[in-house]
Design a protein around this ligand. Sequence first.
Ligand SMILES: [Zn+2]
Ligand SMILES: [Zn+2]
Length: 341
Amino acid sequence: MRAVQVTGYHRNLQLNDVPEPKITGPLDVVVRIGGAGVCRTDLHILEGQWAEKSGVLLPYTIGHENAGWVHAIGDAVTNVAVGDKVILHPLITCGLCRACRSGDDVHCEASAFPGIDTDGGYADYLRTTARSVVRIDDGLEPADVAALADAGLTAYHAAAKAARALRPGAVCVLIGAGGLGHIGIQVLKAISAATLVVVDRNQAAVDLAVEIGADHGIVADGTQVEQVRALTGRHGAEAVIDFVGEGGATADGIEMLRRAGNYYVVGYGENLDVPTIDVISTEINFIGNLVGSYNDLQDLMELAARGKVALHTTKYPLEEFQQALDDLDRGLVRGRAILIP
Ligand SMILES: [Zn+2]
Ligand SMILES: [Zn+2]
């Protein structure tokens, strides 16, 4: 089969002919890839940023945002059948550790990560296990939802966590209306009655955010903290979801937070700089967010099937992987780039 592989760092990916993955364990599932999302992480992999952390042996097949059709299953697989349309949770998890037993898949103690530390989905087929396949609605196409497996799942996880603590009419500020923020707005609109305030430097992104459901759009022009305070009777917001995490976003975000508010960190880059006396005297909380669980992905697919969450995609044939990566690197991709084998 065809597979786009990392053969070395600081060099281009290569299209190779490799053996098809076979079922080797009773819970294995081989998926025929219908769409593989092209992600900024893929660029970072080629820069060697993940080499040490993942310990992956080269060559291997890249691609961690995958969806397709079940092609073959092991003897013990009961949750999907050959031909089912599925999206893949990004991790292959053990199911036996404490984290797995709590449904907290991303903290599995014995996980593998296709596309990062084992063969991924820039290929005709990929092997995962029964624990990682989420069946999707017949009305959805794998290529349209593949990118929801990572970026979408991350946004869902943070937004759903925030929604559980937000009462109707409470104010939730979303900093950053790019790819993740875009999904976060749609998710919160669907599952929460909070008032949604979007802050972004880009006027077009703010306009789009309001179009898809934000109650207020604020262009970050230096007055954003003051605008949020004015909107909230000077109390600040019950929740801030920070999809940016750099360039001064966290200092602004903390100032937008109400007493006892929750600050959800999603984007990252800079340090949180907050006097501990402010943390104790206002009882504000800082909450980290890492991808999302299997159940989160199932919930997100439910919203996608109902048309509540949509992602704009630009599709490329698998062989045009280099074009897709170059376009992403140059900021030329509208929405998410998807490779179609
Ligand atoms: Zn990704
Ligand atoms: Zn586990």
